[in-house]
Ligand binder design. Structure first.
Ligand code: SF4
Ligand code: ZN
Length: 314
């Protein structure tokens, strides 16, 4: 890409941001990325400087960029990195070593929940259950719940996750196409705690396109996982990503505009599909929409299958 950076006017431009009509050098791009994270946190009042903020890190580029950018944007912030080891052979050890490396480099405390050590199971055990063929569905429920548990263990008031602009718009469109109105509320930039003592959930990267998370990692030397999860299918996500990319080529602001319109509509959507009422899970005590929460049901499924739970045969 010829030309000089549109900000510093001295270094060579390497990154083109058509939606902002900007061409930036790596350093100015990194500053731009961090400023946008800071502005997003402030815009939605995600947390205050004195809060303890847990950051869910998976070993991937989005959460890696998130932790690094939060450290840069708020140098005095009390950050704690949270990681779930899913017990997937080779993949989980790789992800955990990346999480440990990043937290260590940034001087951020890291708290890990190890599914194998704490529960005696691994995500692969769901292959022997009704979740065979949709392991990601069980995994998503388990991760969501364990990050909340880790945030509580860490004493964090806020739990930040790495949902990026493409994730947000992709999920919003998918919900819209299928009329999953009840799912929309989960996409709010700030979700208040489900119960006392739990953390609020925030998404500081909602205005950051996925490609820019990757570029930020590359320019800032942030390592991220080099192997994929063996259970990843991703077909639906890729289909939506392809659609969004094609639309963004015609209209560079397409994803940003969609996000903004969705955010404007959110109060209306909440009106037709309000956040459900929660009671307490009879087993773990966490907020649940039924007698037993989705997490406990899934864990029981695996433990039951392997004889870890009381069974007829004893
Ligand atoms: Fe879990 Fe699926 Fe992601 Fe693997 S690809 S970590 S199974 S959600
Ligand atoms: Zn439960």
């Amino acid at each position: 890409m010829p030309g000089v950076c549109g900000r510093c006017r001295s270094a060579a431009a390497e990154v083109e941001l058509p939606y902002a009509r900007l061409r930036l050098c790596p350093d100015c791009f990194s500053d731009f990325f961090v400023s946008r994270v800071r502005r997003t946190v402030e815009e939605f009042r995600m947390f205050r400087e004195g809060d303890r903020v847990g950051v869910a890190i998976s070993g991937g580029k989005d959460s890696g960029a998130l932790l690094h950018a939060l450290r840069s944007a708020f140098p005095g912030l009390d950050l704690v990195a949270l990681h779930v080891n899913l017990g997937i052979p080779e993949y989980s050890a790789h992800c955990q070593s990346i999480a440990e490396g990043l937290a260590g480099e940034l001087g951020v405390e890291l708290l890990t929940f190890d599914l194998g050590r704490e529960l005696g199971i691994g995500i692969g055990d769901f292959e022997g259950t009704a979740f065979k063929g949709k392991i990601c569905s069980a995994c998503g429920t388990i991760k969501r719940r364990l990050f909340e548990e880790l945030a509580m263990r860490a004493g964090a008031r806020v739990l930040a996750t790495g949902h990026n602009l493409d994730d947000m718009v992709g999920i919003m469109l998918d919900n819209f196409l299928h009329g999953y109105w009840g799912q929309f509320v989960r996409l709010k930039p700030v979700l208040p705690p489900l119960a006392e003592g739990m953390a609020a959930r925030v998404k500081p990267l909602i205005r950051s396109p996925e490609r820019e998370d990757l570029l930020y990692c590359l320019y800032r030397g942030i390592r991220f996982k080099e192997i994929g999860c063996p259970f990843s299918k991703g077909a639906k996500v890729r289909r939506m990503a392809g659609l969004l990319e094609a639309a963004s080529e015609r209209n560079p602001q397409f994803r940003h505009q969609l996000l903004n319109r969705f955010l404007e509509l959110m109060p209306l959507i909440e009106g037709i599909a309000p956040r459900p009422e929660f009671s307490k899970c009879r087993i773990c005590g966490f907020p649940s929409q039924g007698d037993i929460c989705a997490y406990c049901k899934r864990i029981a499924l695996v433990k039951g299958d392997r004889g870890g739970a009381p069974s007829e045969s004893g």
